[in-house]
Design a protein around this ligand. Structure first.
Ligand SMILES: [Zn+2]
Length: 209
C-alpha cells in the first residue's frame, strides 16, 4: 500500500500511499512524469492529500499543477510554507524557480494526518530546511524522513539557504528516540532497522557538522 516512485529531475522519492485516503508524500519536480506515474495506480482525481516533507524543487515543484488537476489538499509545515514564500519558490542554490502553490493545510508538530490504517504524526525536524518534517506511524513503526535522514548514516545537507547544523543534530537526536522499523527516505532505498540508520546519522552529524 506504499508505492515508491523515483521522480525526476534529481531522483527524489515520491511515496504514493493507498489507504482509505490516498496521499502522496512529496511530488517531485516534473508534473507530466508524476501525473503519469500516479495514473498507473489510481485516477489522480482520487488523490486526497499532497504532503510535502519540504519545499526543495526536486521534491515539490510539481505541486501547483498536481493540485490543480487532482484537487488534493496540499499540506506542509507552516514554517516551510513561510520559507518557500520568502524564497519566492526558488532555490537560490540551483537557480531554479517553480510555480508558486497554495497550501490548504499548514502543519505543526504533533498534528496527525489520518489516512485510515495509517495515522501519520508530524514531527518537525528543522536543519535541512526550517520546516522540514518527518511523518511517523506508530502502529506500523514506519517513518517518512524526507531529506532529514537517509540510510547508512546519511543526513540532509545544511549548507543550502535555511539550513542549520545545530538544528540538524537536534532533529536527528529527536528522531533517534522514536521506535522505527522502516525508513522511507527522500532519496535512496527504503530500509529496515531504521533506528540503527538514524543512530549512525546522529553519530556522523556530531562528528562532521
Ligand atoms: Zn532537500
Amino acid at each position: 500500500m506504499i508505492e515508491r516512485i523515483v521522480a525526476p529531475p534529481l531522483g527524489a522519492n515520491v511515496y504514493l500511499i493507498l489507504d482509505e485516503k490516498k496521499a502522496l508524500v512529496d511530488v517531485g519536480g516534473d508534473f507530466d512524469f508524476i501525473h503519469r506515474a500516479v495514473s498507473g495506480y489510481i485516477d489522480v482525481k482520487e488523490l486526497d492529500y499532497i504532503i510535502l516533507t519540504h519545499t526543495h524543487f526536486d521534491h515539490a515543484s510539481a505541486t501547483r499543477d498536481l493540485r490543480e488537476v487532482s484537487n488534493a489538499k496540499v499540506m506542509l509545515h507552516e514554517k516551510e510554507y513561510d520559507f518557500a514564500k520568502l524564497q519566492n519558490f526558488s532555490s537560490s542554490f540551483f537557480g531554479i524557480n517553480f510555480p508558486p502553490f497554495e497550501a490548504d493545510s499548514l502543519l505543526k508538530e504533533g498534528d496527525v494526518i489520518d489516512l485510515g490504517k495509517l495515522k501519520l504524526e508530524v514531527i518537525h525536524t528543522p536543519g535541512h530546511t526550517p520546516g522540514s518534517i518527518c511523518l511517523y506511524d506508530e502502529g506500523e513503526r514506519l517513518m517518512f524522513t524526507g531529506d532529514t535522514v537517509f540510510p547508512n548514516g546519511g543526513f540532509g545537507r545544511v549548507d543550502f539557504p535555511g539550513g542549520n547544523a545545530v538544528e540538524m543534530i537536534e532533529s536527528l537526536k529527536r528522531l533517534s528516540e522514536f521506535d522505527v522499523e522502516i525508513m522511507y527516505p527522500g532519496h535512496d532505498e527504503p530500509v529496515n532497522s531504521a533506528n540503527e540508520h538514524v543512530k549512525l546519522a546522529l553519530k556522523f552529524a556530531r562528528m562532521f557538522l
